[in-house]
Design a protein around this ligand. Sequence first.
Ligand SMILES: [Fe+2]
Length: 309
Amino acid sequence: MTEAQARTEACTTSKVAAPAPRVEKPEFLGFGLGLRAQHYSEILEGDPSVDWFEVISENYMVPGGKPLHMLDRIRARYPIVMHGVSMSIASTAPLDRDYLVALKRLADRAEPRWISDHLCWTGVHGKNLHDLLPIPYTREALNHVVDRVQAVQDFLGRAIALENVSTYVQFACSEMTEWEFLSELTRRSGCWLLFDVNNVYVSAFNHGYDPRTFIEGIPKDRVVQFHMAGHSHMETHIIDTHDHAVCPEVWALYETAICRFGPVSTMIERDDNIPPLAELVEEVNMARDIAARTLHGFDQPSPKPDLRP
Ligand SMILES: [Fe+2]
């Protein structure tokens, strides 16, 4: 068995992993956007005022082709972070070693500032359900997820970031709140938090709590990224559709979040009904303006070098 095989074996069978070492918090990248194929040309031909891009990892976990070529060109000009949707970190199924090997291979190529996924499960018994499914916030689940996060971090050789998902049900067996679970998870595993402000707003509305309580319950120094997105308000509940602009209530919550967490790399996440690039750049600049107004004198990231040939 090669060393790499031994590490993946350990990753998929480990029950008790060693505590992850505390690592330096990644730098503040400024205000970014989710990279979508519709905008490749506009990004490469223009010079949009976007500080960085987040890429969906699974879209580029392929041996070659146009997406990887575009990624190589865009990452030569902008910082990149990788965001996955299939790690299924909270599932009871073994970690998918093939997925992790492909993820690491992409990270070696794209050199992202960090790698994130979601605190959720996405499948079991070899089936990917392609949805971000909620978990009960129990001590048993916490121990389970901490072990798996540590195994993944050991395999990837870096701390990952995990995102709070939008939820529509709660478990009667939960023993703690979502923010208590996330706080313990980051403390024990050493992972960072990707704080989706819209998801907090959606879940708080659906379950009837104050989203500011969620923000106040998260440790100040563990949030490495914000997601901002739109949703569909159905009056009795909200669905996290990512097909609208960010609404005023979520912008107000963003202001509350940056008051607590300070300058955190922020990005606009749009996955459906995707508008022209300029429209999304306006939202990126909205975040930039709110941060500048709320956090007087914070350090903006230095302008990116122009690496175009
Ligand atoms: Fe998100």
